[in-house]
Design a protein around this ligand. Structure first.
Ligand SMILES: Cc1cc2nc3c(=O)[nH]c(=O)nc-3n(C[C@H](O)[C@H](O)[C@H](O)COP(=O)(O)O)c2cc1C
Length: 190
């Protein structure tokens, strides 16, 4: 399949089976990430592969933070909501947290490190697609939660650009119909 076809075929798939991708598959995906464009050869990405119990640990942190956020809310279904939050990382057998590092030298810009890490994430999604895996880029409150960052040993100013949920698809890929590029493009001097 051509890369253009692969890009068009790729869809986010949230529903995954319990089957765990192999370590070799995960390593292939991580290697693809490291070939992303980046400025000043900063290679500003870091990865945390979360599987098994590590997902449960993340879920506990997420649920604690969720409970803190909801403390004032006095919601009648609060216990169910907290339990749901705790189970979120269990929606995939493997999660990869992708971090954009802080600039290590003056010429590096924080925004460009985030951009490079995002490019690395897209490489990961495309590599997963080629391997026949399901992948889903997720962020939400946990990506910006100081407690989650602390659990990963990160500083508060570090950026969790993505939690890439990874597994085998439990649902088919639906076709995408994006707004045509023509509606988003101005051609100057062409
Ligand atoms: C920065 C970023 C954050 C995202 N966070 C979430 C998320 O928290 N939850 C979610 O369901 N999807 C998330 N997505 C995935 C989008 O929902 C998905 O890419 C979009 O619906 C388009 O679908 P497609 O990837 O199949 O083209 C995120 C995507 C990006 C780029």
């Amino acid at each position: 399949m051509s890369i253009i076809e692969l890009i068009k075929q790729r869809r986010s798939i949230g529903k995954m089976t319990a089957e765990v991708p192999t370590r070799a598959q995960v390593e292939t995906i991580l290697e693809a990430a490291t070939h992303a464009p980046n400025h000043h050869n900063a290679q500003p990405w870091r990865f945390f592969v979360l599987a098994g119990k590590a997902r449960e640990e993340l879920g506990i942190i997420m649920a604690e933070s969720f409970a803190t956020r909801m403390a004032e809310a006095n919601h009648e279904k609060i216990d169910a909501m907290i339990a749901k939050e705790r189970n979120k990382p269990l929606r995939a057998p493997v999660l990869i947290a992708v971090i954009a590092e802080q600039p290590k030298q003056a010429r590096e810009l924080e925004i460009e490190n985030i951009e490079a890490a995002a490019a690395a994430v897209q490489n990961m999604l495309l590599a997963a697609e080629e391997l026949g895996l399901a992948a889903m880029w997720r962020t939400g409150e946990p990506a910006y939660d100081p407690k989650v960052k602390q659990w990963l040993g990160l500083e508060e100013k570090d950026h969790i650009v993505a939690f890439v949920y990874l597994g085998y698809p439990a649902t088919p890929r639906l076709e995408r119909t994006p707004t045509p590029a023509a509606a988003k493009t101005s051609w100057l001097g062409w």
